[in-house]
Every structure is written in C-alpha cells, then in structure tokens.
Design a protein around this ligand. Structure first.
Ligand code: ZN
Length: 479
C-alpha cells in the first residue's frame, strides 16, 4: 500500500470550478478488461484495465473502486455476514480471505492510491476533463475464503462475484462508497461493458454471467473468454461435478448448471418460462444468454446481470427462488438501484413479479404469497418488539440500520411487496403493468431512485405513488 493522503486531500475535489454548468451530463462510460487465473489452492491472480470516459460536466481528479473481497479479511470492521450465520457460512470452520493490490498504473506510470476500508482511491495525475478517457491498470491477488457466500469456495462450487475492483457510482461529483453490510445486497453499480479472460484448472466447468467468445484448452488449464455489454456486474461459478441442461426461449440460450437437483428439467423450465413471462410483462431481456446455476450458498439465491445463483439447499423452494432471481434480471439488472440505501424497491418489485409468475405457472396462487408475506411481516414484527427492537417499519433506510436479516426480510421483502400490491389494487392491473413496463424501459441500464418510481406511479394514477411514499416512511399500517 502506498500512502497518498496529501494527494488525496487535493484530489478529493472532483468538481472543477471552471466546469461548464450548461453542458448535459451523460455520466461515465466504463469498460472493464479483466484477466484472471484461479489456482487449485483457491488463489486468484488477476489484472484489469478499467477505461473510463468522463461524460460528466465537471473534471475528475480521482477514481474510487470498491474492493468487496477485503470485507472477507480477518480484520474487516464491517463483515458481510452476521455472527449467527457463521456455522452455515463456514461449514469447515471460520475462514478468511486476503486481498493484495500489487500494482496500479496509468499510462504506464505508477499511480498514487490509498485503501480506505474497502474503498480503493486512485489519484489521477491530471484532471480528467469532460469527454476525456483514462485507463487504469490494476494488478491484484486474492486468497479466497472457504465460505458459502457470494465470494468464496464451498464443498462443491467456487463462487466468484465482486472479486474485481468495482468502480464506485459517481453522484453529483462524489463517489458513493459502499460497505459490505451483512443485511441485504449492498451493491450499487453503473451498467458497464466487460471483457474477461478467465483461466481455471481444466477439471472445472464454468457457469458465467457473460457471453462466451472462445475457449482455449491448454491441457491442465483452460482459458474461457467472454464479453458482455451493459452489465451491472459479472459473476462466475465453478464446479467439478456440474451437469448442464440447455434450452432456448424467445431466441435466448438458457443454461442450467446443477449438481444436486432431483428435478433439473423442471428447474430449467422455470428459468425459461419465467424469463419469457417477464419479457412479455416488462420489456425484452437484453442478452443472448441466461444462466441459472446451483451453488454452495448460504442464502436462497443471488442475481447478477445474465446469471442467477441458486442455493443447492433451496430444496422445494427452488422454483420460487429461480423465478425470484429471474425477475431480478429486470429489477437490478436492467433497472439499477442503490441497494444499500433503498433495497426495498427492487426486492418488493421482485417478490411481486415472482408471485405473479408462480400464479401464472399454476404453482401457487398469487394471493397465497401475499398472505404469507402479511403473516411473516406480523410475526417478525412481533418477535422484534419482544426482543426490544422497536424501530418503526421504515423502508427507506440504509442497510446499516437493520438489526438482523429477519428485520431486513420483513421490510425489504414483505412490507415492500405488500405496499406494491396496494398500488396494484389502487391502479388496477392494466395500469399497474403499464407502469412497471414503462419504468423498466425508461430506466434501462440506468439507476433509478424510489422518487422516480413514485413520480411515475403518480402519473399513472394520482395518489398511487403516495402509497409507496407512506409505506417507505413507515407511516402506513399494514392491514
Ligand atoms: Zn431478491
């Protein structure tokens, strides 16, 4: 680590005083070119070039990245799991990861940088003016934790998400610095373009969120090349015992990687049918491939642009998890959110979407899901109060203000679904689906805030957005 405190003090002013206020800001254009190699001993050596074109109407003097992998280190102050999850998370005993940044270069010269918590701050030698492009080369090596998490290896799979330095979202001249909170999905990214070259021991099969462009088998190791335009994130899941089923729906290749599924054809069908159902309801799915993959994973599932990770222990619940994660392709993938500040909107939309699909697929009526959400909401609220957690049920709150995973479930999943269902009842189905489709189209590959949804809802029917607002502030009582 190289200290650049003084330089950072200077570069922390990302606004240029002479910026032209009138030019229209189009944000940053970001491309990642990542080369990584995983060794048998679960270490990963990687390098990446991140190219950033400044479309903001002010100059930048630094680039900030989130190093999610650092949250898995022993000394991390904010850990990506609660103490109560440790047994399930670490089946072979507590394990930590390690992240080492070995080189950062801009234009072939060493660049000054500082690591602050899980934020990597890179100083630019000269300001990056509007319309200019800079490429930052970062070399790093990782030791993966033995953990059933989004990042880490379990007994069956190696889960690689958030393993690369992720450029922070720039908001009004300031980078949003994330923490890897244990509750929810603490992610916030800008849609970017990716090119990845990934080398692994040849015994592994690789399920990826990206589009394959070539494979080179070199005996003991195999290199997979991929690319993806307009993706929120990338993820790779590796397994030595994967079986693969494939199908095509609406011209998209759907793959299902599994190692522990009694009815894999049904899982593949759920992936295909739910994808087609949401395309019809919201807007087209933007990529040529969609992959669903079983993994050693503590929670039910996790979404990435183009890939859904499903816990191998989801059991009977797995159809619903597949439908839920598939719906996230719209509410996270296509429309992005700051999930640390207001995770409730994408989870609520996703719960509602998945319940609609399950009803359509004749798996279980929509009303049953809604009633379950109401019952679970009441039960968790009662349990929390009995345990002295009397926080009002405010949906609009940062992840750090949740006392437990249960409180997060109650707020971001149950209460938000109940709120959006009330909007649906208020507007009627036809107008409600028009709202969801218009929202997905307007904010495709952009980030949306709850205010954006509230405003659009009020346009569809006056007062509809107010329902969300009152639920978000905690005022409205669940009936
Ligand atoms: Zn979700």
């Amino acid at each position: 680590m190289r200290k650049i405190t003084i330089l950072l003090l200077l570069i922390s002013f990302t606004f240029s005083l002479f910026a032209c206020e009138k030019s229209k800001s189009v944000g940053l254009k970001i491309s990642y070119d990542i080369t990584a190699e995983l060794q048998e001993n679960y270490t990963l050596n990687a390098s990446q070039t991140v190219t950033v074109e400044n479309g903001e109407n002010y100059a930048l003097s630094s680039l900030y990245f989130t190093l999610y992998t650092k949250a898995f280190e022993e000394g991390a102050t904010v850990k990506p799991y609660y103490k109560s999850s440790e047994t399930a998370l670490f089946p072979n005993g507590i394990s930590y990861g390690k992240t080492e940044i070995t080189k950062i270069k801009i234009d072939g010269k060493d660049a000054p940088y500082e690591i602050d918590g899980i934020t990597l701050k890179v100083g630019l030698e000269k300001p990056l003016n509007t319309g200019e492009t800079v490429s930052v080369y970062i070399e790093y090596s990782l030791i993966l934790p033995n953990a059933n998490h989004r990042y880490g290896y379990g007994n069956n799979t190696v889960n690689l998400s958030g393993f690369y330095p992720v450029l922070c979202v720039l908001e009004n001249g300031k980078y949003y610095e994330s923490e890897y909170y244990p509750a929810g999905d603490p992610f916030y990214t800008q849609a970017s373009n990716f090119k990845v070259s990934f080398t692994v021991p040849s015994e592994y099969s690789v399920a990826s969120s990206l589009s394959p462009t070539g494979v080179e088998w070199q005996g003991g190791v195999t290199t997979y090349n991929y690319e993806r335009q307009n993706a929120r994130d990338i993820a790779l899941v590796l397994g030595k015992d994967f079986k693969i089923l494939k199908d095509t729906v609406n011209g998209k290749a759907v793959s299902y990687y599994y190692f522990n599924d009694e009815n894999p054809r049904k899982s593949l069908k759920t992936a295909c049918d739910s994808l087609a159902y949401f395309e019809n309801l919201f807007c087209p799915y933007p990529y040529s491939e969609y992959t669903v993959c079983q993994a050693d994973f503590l929670y039910g599932g996790m979404e990435y642009s183009g890939l859904s990770l499903i816990s191998a222990s989801a059991g009977d619940y797995s159809s619903y998890v597949i439908a839920h994660e598939t719906a996230h392709q719209w509410w996270h993938g296509i429309v992005g959110f700051n999930e640390s500040e207001h995770g409730y909107l994408d989870e609520g939309l996703t719960e509602l979407s998945a319940s609609l699909y399950m009803d359509y697929a004749k798996e279980k009526p929509y009303e049953s899901y809604l009633n379950e959400a109401k019952n679970e909401y009441a039960e968790i609220r009662r349990a929390l109060i009995l345990n002295g957690i009397t926080t009002p049920p405010v949906m609009q709150r940062n992840l750090k203000y949740f006392s437990s995973e249960l409180e997060y479930v109650m707020i971001a999943y149950n209460r938000s679904f109940i709120a959006l269902n009330e909007v649906k009842n208020f507007t009627g189905n036809k107008r409600f689906f028009k709202l969801l489709s218009a929202f997905a189209k307007k904010y495709s590959f952009k980030n949306a805030k709850p205010e954006d949804f509230i405003e659009m809802a009020n346009k569809v029917k006056r007062g509809a957005g107010e329902i969300v607002k009152e639920y978000a502030s905690g005022e409205r009582v669940v009936k």
